[in-house]
Design a protein. Structure first.
Length: 271
């Protein structure tokens, strides 16, 4: 298990964050965006330094595709823009040899029901994923479909069809009130990346683990550690976005009974 966090712990750009985090974590999730002329896409010189930092610190990267793309849109132009965005990110980051790409099978609307026409939405998702895989030589397991607000079972057949991996965001599962143990049981075997963050009493997510339910957190970590018996390497990302939430989450992770055996294996305990 590689333990990490996001590229937005300090209120700064990606590179200063990676410089700060590289000695402390095993993996950094590069959270990328591109919207209305504003973006944080790294330049070639930044990519070069990110690569050097990775080699120096035995660091890997997971790459989170931008959120403002809609692979399930019924508008062909929107789907084409989505594909163009994916390919741009792939071209930009290929030299980093990422551990995986975080893929949102984005709903039309937030909540239990991802679309008013689920059949059409699924068909468009299917087309978008097919076109993406046709345009790249990467193994389909490099693309990790994330658990979002809707029941993941709605897209399970599509994930299976294209042999995608999973990003199990357990915080989203808790926030929506889904059965966490059932989600772990059904998804962990095909999970390449896990996202862990606190969910407070008002169902606000991406909080410090100190805001979450300690029993649920420990149960999840126990399930994750037990799954390691299959020998697959996975990334566990503390998906928080400031230094306080990172450090307090790290402190609680250190105290986890399930994680005790990870002390010698990860840089996260060297703070």
């Amino acid at each position: 298990m590689r333990l990490g966090t996001t590229s937005y712990i300090l209120p700064d750009d990606i590179l200063p964050n990676v410089r700060y985090l590289a000695p402390l974590v095993d993996d950094i999730e590069l959270v990328l965006f591109e919207s209305e002329g504003e973006d944080n896409l790294p330049t070639k010189s930044v990519i070069k330094e990110l690569n050097e930092l990775a080699k120096e610190h035995s660091l890997s990267y997971t790459v989170h595709f931008p959120l403002d793309v809609y692979p399930g849109s019924t508008d062909k132009r929107v789907r084409q823009n989505t594909l163009d965005t994916y390919l741009k990110i792939l071209d930009l980051t290929q030299k980093l040899d990422p551990f995986g790409y975080i893929l949102h099978l984005t709903p039309d609307s937030y909540g239990l029901h991802p679309s008013q026409d689920i059949s059409a939405w699924l068909s468009c998702l299917d087309e978008s994923v097919s076109r993406l895989l046709e345009k790249t030589d990467l193994d389909s397991q490099m693309f990790c479909a994330e658990t979002l607000s809707y029941p993941f079972g709605l897209v399970q057949s599509l994930v299976d069809k294209h042999k995608l991996a999973v990003t199990l965001d357990i915080g989203h599962v808790w926030m929506m009130g889904y059965d966490a143990e059932a989600s772990c049981s059904s998804l962990l075997a095909n999970t390449r990346v896990c996202h862990l963050h606190g969910v407070d009493a008002q169902a606000h997510d991406h909080k410090s683990l100190e805001k979450g339910n300690p029993l649920l957190i420990e149960r999840f970590l126990s399930s994750l550690v037990e799954q390691e018996e299959d020998g697959k390497e996975r990334v566990l990302t503390l998906e928080v976005f400031n230094q306080h939430d990172f450090l307090t989450s790290l402190s609680l992770l250190r105290q986890s009974r399930a994680m005790m055996g990870k002390r010698e294996a990860s840089k996260l305990w060297q703070l």
